[in-house]
Structures are given as C-alpha cells and as structure tokens.
Design a protein around this ligand. Structure first.
Ligand code: AMP
Length: 286
C-alpha cells in the first residue's frame, strides 16, 4: 500500500474508519516532523503491532514558549514523506494550524502534578500545549495504539496520566530512545549543533550513565548521584547544565532514597540549543 497524505481531520477520520471496518487495528505516531531514526523506530513498532499506521506531522505552536524555536524548527516535509513511504506507513496527516485549532477554540487541557516539574517548570505552558494537541489528535484518530518515545520521558508520563485521567480509549506505548553511535539521543534539534558542539553533546548521556553506575554500585542518596552527574559535565565547553536529577520514574517527584523504578533526567544548554535526555534504573527495595 502506498503512503496516503491527508490534510483534513474529516479525511483522516474517514480513512481510519474505513481501515477499522475492514478489521485493521490502528497505530498512531504523532510527530512534529524533521523525522530521524528515532521517529522511524516508533513507526516500525507501530507497523509490527498494528494493521494500519497513521503518522501525523504538525509543528504545534501552542507547545512552544515565547522566544523558543517555533519559527526555526526544521520542516523538511518532502524528505519526511519519502522516509514514511520507505518505512511502510499507510497514512500521513499534515494538518494546517487552523485544522487543529479553530478560531473559537477556548479549551486547553492542563495536566497537574508531574507536568509541573522539570520541563513543565522551565517551559511554562509547554505541557498544556502538548496535552491539548494530543487530545485533539487522539479524538480524531479514535481507538488506537499511540506511540511515544522514551526520549521525552516526562512527556510520555504526562500523556499516560492524561489518557488515564480522561479515559481516552487508546493504549499508550513507550519506545526506547534511539541514539547515535556516540550515545547522543537523536533529536530534530541536533541539526542546530555546530561540529564542535556535536563532539560535546554526547557528554549528557555519559553523565547519566555515570549516575546509573553509581546507583548500580550501591549509592542510594539522590543528592550524591545528582552532584556526581553535574560534576561529570563541569568542564565541558559551551555546555550549561539546566538540571540533572534522579527521581521516581512514573511520578517525576524527588525521592528520599533511590529505591524502586528510578529515572535519571537531564537538560543542558549547548550554545543556543537545549538538549534533554534520560535513562532508567531499577533498584530492588528492601
Ligand atoms: P517530536 O517530533 O520531537 O515531537 O517527536 C515525536 C515523537 O518521537 C515523540 O514521541 C518523541 O519522544 C519521539 N522521539 C523523538 N526522538 C526520539 C528518539 N531519539 N528515540 C525515540 N523516540 C524519539
């Protein structure tokens, strides 16, 4: 089957309803485009598990804050469509902004708790924008398996929370982070890095691995692990740490002791580019 491009929500609904009527399960991969191997992994998982795979490409204005890179966000649509075709996705939805947000739109979806820390604290309104656009897209696609990357761990947890709280009839699937050979998590924003910054960028992942090593060898004090991760990045040129934390994997809240499912999350500024990454570690409880 060739890739079919649709631009209207009504067309997408019709395509999905048609597939369902013929017995296909639906896999859905929401993206902002500038697709790379990380997105490709989500699409491959969806193709493995579902009959018909829908990918959306929409650079969502409401999840960018003032002064963030909405205008500069890469939009290589032709390359994206070629990749999706090659991967075997069935439908790509590329709505214009007014197809998603009508002129009279007055509703925002706001997740509390875990959405208010870390990225939520640094990027006020970001997760409101994410939760709102994901709700709109899921209401258009309907019952499906929806795929999100662990690369954006907090986003994945926020979406899971929202889907559960609002009883949205979809199953959220998390997909492990795709990385370059040097460990750098793939991201559309990596294209903004200079050659020199590309050499420094993998140090974020290395700092997280260092934190995990400490935990694996018995350290259970989050403050010690967090300080060690920061120290590992102290001498990297052009790199400024935003946060490096060891928190509860599902709640993203600080812990007194590192026991259970832990997530190490970091954000750094590398010149004008902001990078985020995370890894997991499990510590058996007493
Ligand atoms: P974006 O286009 O940045 O909104 O990302 C769309 C989806 O791809 C999100 O669920 C991301 O978490 C996921 N994603 C982005 N980068 C990666 C990566 N390196 N590995 C796995 N998933 C990713």
């Amino acid at each position: 089957m060739t890739l079919r491009r649709v631009v209207a929500a009504s067309e997408l609904r019709t395509a999905v309803d048609h597939a369902r009527r013929f017995g296909s399960s639906i896999g859905f991969v929401p993206t902002m485009g500038a697709l790379h191997e990380g997105h490709a992994e989500l699409v491959r998982h969806a193709i493995d598990e579902c009959g018909v795979v829908v990918v959306s490409i929409f650079v969502n204005p409401t999840q960018f804050g003032a002064g963030e890179d909405f205008d500069a966000y890469p939009r290589p649509l032709d390359t994206d469509l070629a990749l999706l075709s090659e991967l075997g996705a069935h439908v790509v939805y590329t709505p214009a902004a007014d197809e998603i947000y009508n002129d009279h739109a007055a509703t925002r979806v706001r997740v509390g708790g875990l959405a208010l820390v870390l990225e939520g604290e640094r990027r006020p309104g970001h997760f409101d924008g994410v939760a709102t656009v994901v709700s709109i897209l899921l209401n258009t696609v309907g019952v499906c398996r929806v795929y999100f990357g662990e690369k954006d761990w907090q986003q994945l947890q926020v979406v899971k929370r929202m889907v559960s709280d609002l009883a949205i009839p979809v199953h959220v699937v998390g997909v492990p982070t795709a990385r370059d050979r040097d460990g750098l998590a793939l991201s559309s924003r990596n294209s903004h890095l200079t050659k020199k910054q590309c050499v420094v960028a993998p140090s974020l992942y290395k700092a997280l691995l260092h934190g995990r090593e400490l935990i694996d060898t018995g350290e259970i004090d989050p403050a010690v692990v967090e300080a060690a991760m920061s120290k590992a990045l102290a001498n990297e040129s052009d790199l400024v740490v935003d946060y490096l934390v060891a928190v509860g994997a599902a709640t993203l809240q600080p812990l007194d002791m590192l026991i259970g499912d832990i997530r190490l999350l970091g954000a750094v500024h590398l010149g004008k580019t902001r990078l985020i990454d995370n890894i997991g570690v499990h510590v058996a409880g007493e």
